[in-house]
Design a protein around this ligand. Structure first.
Ligand code: AMP
Ligand code: MG
Length: 318
């Protein structure tokens, strides 16, 4: 059982100040700023409407791995800190005028201490989350390829010295990316397939068919497989984005909730909407801004992407 605290975690003011004054921090902050600026421009040009993030909600992403519960009681209700905006994206698309939206959203996921040194996990981070009504996985993957190409060229244009410092050969060119399936890579590489394939790769690639949350659509043509996709950063940096076509039909959502052991009571109004009003068919994805900046600047430990340490299971002074 993972613990939620690193046993001998000590955090000194010296170490905290060293991180705040870290030489790479400002470079990475500038890269993050350039990413966000390019993302807003790209989304605006493609007609996605920005919805503001929520930090508290009666429902949030159940996630497919355990985290420490982060909830408070307020106004007679239980409110969870946002782990992702997945359900709000689906619900916002009930507005017939809205066809596509995005949210730049803080996510709080109190990861267990076993994720302290993966290099990829913080206990709070920022996700760019987007969703399209009546679109499918291939559409979303092509959209993301366009977005990454746009962002990489914006960062290279706006911050040439920084990109040159961390990537003298430049950022990878993004065309149509390779597509792999989890079951194929697992047969080839064994259980650690995602990491091994990422280490070997020089360009990002797609990885399809993960068994996870109830809202990722099961393939009706091939039950037991899922219409979801991750974008994997190369050079061992690993997962950068997760997305899927969504379950939107009431009975199928119930079936998937049973399979994943989800709490139906907590989702009763969401289920009522699906049953009585109908959730729109949609597809989308979300990517971590810090993980993208980490890849661009080739930073081993994501905790160095922020001036304020947010290492899983570890206390921080500020
Ligand atoms: P998910 O839907 O859970 O895959 O989250 C979407 C994206 O957010 C992931 O692909 C990562 O880029 C990013 N992400 C998820 N969890 C974390 C974390 N603990 N720390 C930093 N980034 C994360
Ligand atoms: Mg994921």
């Amino acid at each position: 059982m993972p613990t939620d605290l690193i046993e001998d975690a000590k955090v000194s003011l010296e170490a905290t100040l060293a991180q705040l004054k870290g030489p790479s921090t400002v470079d990475v902050l500038k890269v993050q700023q350039a990413i966000i600026r390019a993302v807003h421009q790209f989304m605006f040009e493609r007609g996605l409407v920005q919805v503001m993030p929520l930090m508290l909600s009666p429902i949030t992403d159940p996630l497919n791995h355990g985290v420490v519960d982060a909830a408070i009681t307020y106004a007679g209700s239980r409110w969870s800190l946002t782990k992702s905006m997945i359900f709000h994206k689906q619900l916002a698309l009930l507005n017939p005028e809205l066809e596509a939206l995005y949210i730049v959203s803080p996510n709080v996921r109190l990861e267990f201490a076993d994720r302290a040194f993966t290099g990829r996990h913080m206990f709070e981070f920022t996700q760019v989350d987007f969703e399209f009504r009546d679109k499918d996985g291939p559409f979303v993957r092509a959209f993301m390829e366009d977005l990454v190409r746009f962002v990489f060229s914006a960062v290279t244009r706006d911050l040439p010295e920084i990109v040159d410092r961390y990537r003298p050969d430049g950022l990878p060119e993004i065309g149509q990316l390779e597509i792999h399936r989890t079951e194929e890579l697992e047969a080839q590489y064994g259980a650690d397939y995602e990491h091994l394939k990422s280490q070997e790769a020089v360009k990002p690639f797609w990885l399809l068919n993960h068994r996870r949350e109830f809202y990722d659509k099961e393939d009706p043509a091939k039950p037991g497989t899922y219409l979801n996709y991750d974008l994997i950063w190369p050079e061992g940096f690993g997962e950068g984005l997760s997305g899927a076509e969504r379950e939107n039909e009431y009975h199928q959502i119930l079936k998937r909730m049973d399979e994943t052991g989800s709490d139906k009571e907590a989702f009763k109004y969401y289920l009522q909407v699906a049953k009585e009003y109908g959730l729109p068919y949609s597809a989308g994805a979300g990517f971590g801004v810090e993980r993208m900046a980490r890849f661009i600047c080739r930073i081993k430990d994501i905790n160095e992407v922020t001036p304020f340490s947010r290492r899983p299971g570890t206390p921080a002074l500020f």
